[in-house]
Write a protein that binds this ligand. Structure first.
Ligand SMILES: [Zn+2]
Length: 67
């Protein structure tokens, strides 16, 4: 690499909104993120269904009658 034209590649502390933090390497000393592998449902496996109006129940009732 040529000298003085590259940004320094330093250890970087990443802090997430969920409180999780880990260290990686970047040109910045710290990064703040809103979601990470510790709290994203894709990685946690947690599936939360947003069903505020009972639509799933309505759907189940509707098709239970026909069956
Ligand atoms: Zn997180």
């Amino acid at each position: 690499m040529r000298k003085d034209i590259h940004p320094s590649y330093i250890p970087c502390k990443v802090v997430c909104n969920c409180g999780s933090e880990f260290v990686t390497r970047s040109t910045k000393a710290s990064i703040h993120v809103e979601i990470c592998s510790a709290c994203h449902p894709f990685y946690t496996g947690a599936v939360r269904v947003m069903d505020t109006e009972g639509r799933i129940e309505k759907f189940k009732k509707k098709y239970a009658k026909k069956a």
